[in-house]
Design a protein around this ligand. Structure first.
Ligand code: CAA
Length: 285
């Protein structure tokens, strides 16, 4: 555990927030999980419990260890409950206006020395920092999905991030037994700068009729040794998130090679957001 950090606040009880909460508690940190409604918080806690229960079944964890990890996580829909946090990681939806509203609510609640980090997968850290009262204590800590399984975390400094903030975040990530990679503050950083154009190209491949969903995913699984086909992975990430990352790349780098595929736009407009909505390139209902 990091000596400076005792309590980790997590904003957002979706798949990323819950994953970060789980791995933080697993490493021994007290975790305060916040979302806007009790229903979302309870759903998040149930997801974490389910993940830990799988670890007990597979023999990776004892039932006592599961209970001890769970006991470190509290859930709340009252933002004031984040007041004791030494580090808060915002893992809300990938929408800049939503994140800005959250920062306006949470900053007055936090201790002056608390670090505020964002799990954004694409947005400018410097711009987000400007919406807080602590740009020097603000940075990007970008986990990959599913958080408990994926070994990598991208760290991104904003223009004003202090070295002490960065060093604390780096130590925190190491204490979770994850590997850090450092990215500069460019649209979508490293992983999504490379991954999302590949997924977008797979959607173009479907749109243009080059192959079926099954053909494209099988081709990339068996032909390129990817653990999931790109369309299955898009459903897993969330098609709304994929679209928003492509839009950030397109707007931020002003290159037509990042144009979101019209089929991706259509699916999102239809509310077909992938696994979380029950339908995407595959049907999960
Ligand atoms: N949450 C927590 N744990 C999960 C999980 C989930 N959603 N899904 C699977 N796991 C765990 C399982 O419990 C299992 O753990 P144990 O070995 O401890 O039992 C392990 O993962 C393997 O699971 P399975 O055998 O059921 O499934 P699999 O072998 O097919 O692996 C996978 C599943 C790990 C998700 C694998 O398909 C994979 O690596 N897919 C690619 C994931 C990827 O590329 N992620 C990056 C997305 S991009 C991103 O995150 C950046 C962004 O900002 C958008």
């Amino acid at each position: 555990m990091n000596a400076v950090l005792k309590t980790i606040g997590i904003i957002g009880a979706g798949q990323m927030g819950c994953g970060i909460a789980q791995v933080s508690a697993d490493a021994g940190y007290k975790v305060q999980l916040y979302d806007v409604s009790d229903e979302r918080v309870q759903h998040g806690l149930a997801t974490i419990n389910g993940n830990l229960a799988r670890h007990v079944t597979s023999g990776k964890m004892t039932d006592d260890e599961r209970s001890a990890t769970l006991a470190l996580i509290s859930g709340s829909s009252d933002i004031n409950d984040l007041a004791a946090s030494d580090l808060v990681i915002e893992a809300a939806t990938e929408d800049e206006s939503v994140k800005r509203k959250i920062y306006a609510q949470v900053c007055p609640v936090l201790k002056p020395e608390a670090i505020l980090a964002t799990n954004t997968s694409s947005l400018s850290i410097t711009r987000l920092a400007s919406a807080t009262d602590r740009p020097e204590h603000f940075m990007g800590i970008h986990f990959m999905n599913p958080v408990p399984v994926m070994k990598l975390v991208e760290l991104v400094r904003g223009i004003a991030t202090e070295e002490g903030t960065f060093a604390t975040a780096k130590e925190f990530v190491a204490s979770l037994e994850k590997t850090v990679t450092v990215a500069e503050d460019f649209p979508a950083f490293i992983v999504n700068r490379i991954l999302l154009p590949m997924i977008n190209e797979a959607i173009y491949t479907l749109y243009e009729g080059v192959g079926t969903v099954d053909a494209i995913d099988t081709a990339m699984k068996l032909g390129a040794n990817h653990p999931m086909g790109p369309l299955q992975l898009a459903d897993f990430i969330g098609l709304d998130t994929c679209l928003s990352i492509m839009q950030v790349l397109h707007d931020g780098l002003a290159d037509s090679k990042y144009r979101p595929c019209p089929l991706l736009v259509k699916y999102v407009e239809a509310g077909w957001l992938g696994r979380k909505s029950g339908r995407g390139f595959y049907d999960y209902r």
